[in-house]
Write a protein that binds this ligand. Sequence first.
Ligand SMILES: C[S@@+](CC[C@H](N)C(=O)[O-])C[C@H]1O[C@@H](n2cnc3c(N)ncnc32)[C@H](O)[C@@H]1O
Length: 252
Amino acid sequence: MNPTQQANEFFMTLSPHRLLAIKLIGLLDVEEGQTIVDVGCTVGTTSVILSGYVAPTGRVIGIERNKQRLDYGKDLYAEHKNVEFVNCSYTDDLCAITGLKGNVDIVIANSLLHWLPNDDIKVLFKQVFDLLKPNNKSRFGVQAGQHFTFIQRFDEICGSNLNSRVNNQDVSNIVEYAKEAGFAVNVCQTVDSMQLYSFPEFDTFVHWYTGLTQGAFNLENLSEEQVAQVQDIYDNIPKYCGEYYTLILEKP
Ligand SMILES: C[S@@+](CC[C@H](N)C(=O)[O-])C[C@H]1O[C@@H](n2cnc3c(N)ncnc32)[C@H](O)[C@@H]1O
């Protein structure tokens, strides 16, 4: 399996992303008939789960910048007629592209914020605010906080440079950005990182990380000593899990 296939498969399976999505969906009060936008939808697995809740009259629009991933999802989930996938960035004019200004009930961005620089988070919040209905009921679900610091350890072991892309910051900063964009913070719950990163076996953990790095991390390229160091991360995952939160933002 090539790295792209491996990464795409990973986004379909029961990975930490899926557990996070399920928790987030549970807090969003999703109902039949609603219009939902899924930002950074990857191959669209969360979009498709949501489409079941809003069917038959509601619909889900998945937004993804990476065309390869989106095309994979389009093929994979072609039978889900109430899901539409749009290849663009959340920094593009989402209201113009979707034609949904002020008409969206729920926006979800599952496992996205920790990959974004602060300025992009601010842009995202503003764009989402404009998409949502001004009815005191529309919601934006995200996660934020100190996330999987073991990436830094992986970088040290393997000479990779993934940690520099992770925005591990205090959740209060994100809450501040949300308020600046006009949101009220309705629910803020901690995520049980231990449960999130509880992989049944070392191989599952390795498969997950290979997917996360889109194949850049490959156990086969490591020395015995490095493999032992990666095994040590696996054995001590709780040590690397910081405070991570699910936030539900409401448009007044
Ligand atoms: C960790 S994945 C999200 C997982 C997905 N939400 C799910 O529930 O399965 C982050 C995704 O956000 C996408 N992304 C990053 N920046 C983006 C942007 N500016 N616009 C749209 N998508 C973006 C990435 O390409 C990646 O596929």
